[in-house]
Design a protein around this ligand. Sequence first.
Ligand code: CP
Length: 315
Amino acid sequence: MPWNRKHLLTIEEIRLDEIDQVHATAAAFKKILGRSVKKVPALRGKTIVNLFLEPSTRTRMAFDMAAKRLSADVISFDAATSSTTKGETLRDTAKNIQALNADMIVIRHAAAGSPLYLSRILDIPVINAGDGAHEHPTQGLLDTFTMKEHLGDLKGRKVVILGDILFSRVARSNIHALTKMGAAVTLVGPSTLVPHWFTALGVTVSHDLKSALADAEVVMLLRIQHERQASSHFPSLGEYTSMFGLNQARAAWLNPKAIIMHPGPINRGVEIDSELADGKRSVILEQVANGIAVRMAVLYLCSGGSPELAIAGAE
Ligand code: CP
């Protein structure tokens, strides 16, 4: 089916064939990013506003770069010096950005549902760059794109997501993407951060790190998201690390071919040791690099571009 989605709000709502179209389009753009001239005119004349109301390094810079590689004009909203500090609402800020003739808004916000809200009050496409603990769809798309580069078809592949699942939008987007793609997903961590009710999403929940790691082909680490936790969900960071941190000794339980992933930012020495984060099995910086091509694909498709044209242009 052709891509006819104007917004990208969640992975939960998109179909497997749409995930495949993003991945195929991203693969085409990735070829272009490997050329000496890394730019295409696909979004020439369009203006994209990055409305980030929560901190970001990777997502914001990758969206910025993706838009520039597509020849769009990009405006990065600076929350600290904006009129939001004078009490302006999200609605008014977004309506003003639209009145200034922006063609698309990429939003990151601490409140779950903010992108959906903007999609209902604006006429222009809205892309979710992370909303609270709800979803981070482009992260799920770039993570599964990276897994496919290493493993091929993800059907039946064993993926372990380890850490603070409860407060993680990355976990939710990956769970939706991976289960649609037929992967076998196991969530691991303390029961306070990995409650049993996640099984309703079609995944396995485990609190036994050793047995979960034994047959994993991918292990994705997540940091503890203190900024979303009103109270502590474990006695201390040291105790969390001693029970669930990935270190060299525990990595020996993994299949030697298993890859190690992390969406970033990493808290070294807490959820993962530095030697593993920087080691041969780590694909963490590949994830970051793939974030550009995947976000180019999302911006392009939501602006009405066709995957076939992108693929033909990369040949
Ligand atoms: N993975 C991710 O969302 O990183 P940033 O918060 O730096 O964008």
